[in-house]
Write a protein that binds this ligand. Structure first.
Ligand code: ATP
Ligand code: MG
Length: 561
């Protein structure tokens, strides 16, 4: 492709709306342009890569027996009402105002609709249906470019089976296909077991990529590959000390001391000797939650432990419940339920708030002084703690969800009445699975893992072109003739070539663009080398250059620079 005739609007400046590397580079290299918050247009260069991603997905989905569909984005609202998901999606669902339509955020309902009456016998299954199609979600905080859009391309697949054994097989096939897709795209990823509670399924796993731009936090063990969302991740950490002798409880004046850090500083103690207090409302009843001073309450674990509705207390409620403000609350004299994290089990000689502003209490023995205290795993796992499986060091980091595989069961077939006759002639509900991949997220995550200070660093098989051919001074007949000849020759050899044939533009501009666009190999045709019958080859990733004889170029391309 000739750069002189292409629409590849590169930018020198960092666009102000972009923060993360992939977003910045996708705009600077002319892959995408924003139309509105969370809504992006794919420009030709970006769409070329996206098609390569889609081709890989198609090949792997077809390899497991997937059949490609294309379901509409505009859906009758009525079908979504039958499964209760108009309510479940809430504000995320886009409604078309003048008619009773919604814009589909996913397609379980539509798959079930078409299966109904068409899949009639156990002999009609298993089925794997998939599509690569646009989804609409009114995300409250679209950000990070195409990583969280309001319109995005998803590969979504659905399995239809006669029983859970069939579902297990379909699920395993998708697990395999997903690994092949992400491996072929050259991504570093890991798999996290997720709880699928609210969606009503039995098992689900997420394919994740480590990234500061991620909105999920995961705990990961490099050694045994234990990986869990930090909402549920467990870890082994040092418990509070149990001293041989318990002191008696005593009150300490601590003027203006509010945080654990301030308390440790004021009393010259370690945070491991303190119990941090947080008050929550559990179904309208207060509950005091204690953790070691250096730990945070994990609200998912707390909700799982208590059941029902749990929310943090408002500041004005706090004063009424405990007699003090946040920062001065503690277990001694607290009149309601008290629970604590497992690391505090049987701890003594602890410091905590006194339920009186500007006072703390020392010498607390939880067993002696807090009868009825209950212990649960309530804290958030932190980097540096030990893996619960293998005791190696855990790392906690942000991650982006690339894909999700999910055993749905019969939730949708029950809601929409999708029935078949089993081998005994008995009516049964079709058992479903659903499997999604964010197609644009693959590309963004690839960039997050492949760039440097100059720009993109593509590699096979996603590179939009194999070679960036730079004609330095195209006004020189020597250069333009040689470059044109090479362009033809390389195409004949089967290389995909982006040819910088622009008449204008200094060498500096052309080099910067070539580095920004990031094709794996650059071939530079310049007057000085040509006069000696030579040209320069540069490996974009390593920066290594070599000067070769023009007639040996094709051989040189066979060996990496
Ligand atoms: P997230 O937790 O990131 O919102 P999700 O759990 O809502 O994701 P699914 O409903 O499982 O996502 O959708 C399948 C895949 O679609 C996700 O794994 C992700 O890669 C992609 N995806 C979901 N929401 C978006 C979005 N707003 N923009 C781009 N891709 C998305
Ligand atoms: Mg979501």
């Amino acid at each position: 492709m000739r750069l002189s005739k292409s629409f590849i609007p590169t930018l020198k400046e960092v666009p102000s709306e972009a923060v993360i590397p992939s977003h910045i580079l996708m705009i600077r290299a002319g892959l995408v342009r924003q139309l509105s918050a969370g809504i992006y247009s794919w420009l030709p260069l970006g769409y070329k890569v996206l098609r390569k991603v889609m081709d890989i997905i198609r090949e792997e989905m077809n390899a497991i027996g997937g059949q490609e569909f294309h379901f509409p984005g505009l859906n009758p609202k009525e079908i979504w009402e039958q499964t209760g998901r108009v309510e479940a999606f809430g504000d995320i669902l886009f409604h078309v105002k003048n008619r009773e339509y919604v814009l589909a955020p996913t397609h379980e309902e539509i798959v079930a609709y078409h299966a109904k009456g068409a899949i009639v016998s156990y002999k009609d299954m298993p089925q794997i249906w998939y599509q690569i199609q646009t989804k609409f979600r009114n995300e409250p905080r679209p950000r990070s470019g195409v990583i969280r859009g309001r319109q995005f391309i998803m590969k979504d697949a659905y399995t239809l089976d006669r029983d859970t054994a069939g579902l297990d097989v379909g699920y395993a096939l998708h697990d395999k296909a997903y690994r092949s897709i992400f491996d072929r795209c050259g991504l570093k990823y890991f798999v996290v077991g997720a709880s699928s509670g609210a969606m009503g399924g039995s098992k689900s796993e997420e394919f994740m990529v480590k990234s500061e731009a991620g909105e999920d936090t995961v705990a990961y063990c490099e050694k045994c590959q234990y990986a869990a969302n930090s909402e549920v991740a467990q870890s082994v950490a040092e418990p509070a000390k149990k001293h041989d002798e318990s002191k008696t409880v005593y009150e300490i004046s601590t003027p203006n001391v509010k945080s654990i850090d301030e308390l440790c500083e004021f009393l010259k103690i370690h945070e491991h000797e303190t119990a941090k207090s947080r008050v929550y409302m559990h179904d309208d009843k207060p509950v005091l939650v204690l953790t070691l001073g250096n730990n945070e309450v994990n609200e998912t674990k707390l909700t799982n432990a208590l059941g029902g509705n749990v929310r943090p207390c408002h500041p004005d409620e706090l004063k009424e419940i405990s007699g003090a403000d946040a920062g001065s609350i503690g277990p001694i004299g607290f009149k309601y339920r008290i629970i604590a994290d497992n690391l505090l089990k049987e701890a003594n000689n602890l410091y905590s708030g006194a339920n009186k502003n500007n006072f703390h209490i020392g010498g607390i023995d939880l067993t002696r002084d807090v009868p009825g205290i209950e212990y649960f795993d309530l804290r958030t796992a932190e980097s540096g703690e030990k893996c619960i499986r293998c005791s190696s060091t855990l790392e906690v980091f942000k991650a982006i969800e690339l894909g999700h595989i999910f055993k749905l069961g019969t939730k949708y077939s029950e809601a929409l009445g999708v029935l078949f006759l089993d081998a005994n002639g008995k009516e049964q509900h079709v058992v479903m699975g659903s499997y999604g991949i964010g197609v644009e997220r693959i590309l963004a995550c690839f960039i997050e893992q492949n760039y440097d200070e100059k720009g993109l660093t593509w590699k096979e098989p996603l590179a939009p072109f194999d070679i960036h051919l730079v004609g330095l001074n195209m006004k020189s007949a020597l250069v333009s003739e040689a470059a044109e000849k090479l362009y033809k020759q390389l195409a004949e050899e089967g290389y995909e070539v982006l040819f910088d044939d622009r008449l204008d533009g200094s060498a500096g501009v052309k080099f910067n663009d070539a580095d920004l666009l990031g094709m794996p190999i650059q071939i530079i045709v310049g007057e000085k080398n040509l006069k000696e019958g030579k040209i320069e080859i540069k490996n974009r990733r390593t920066g290594e250059k070599k000067i070769v004889e023009l007639d040996k170029l094709l051989d040189s391309l066979q060996q990496p620079v």
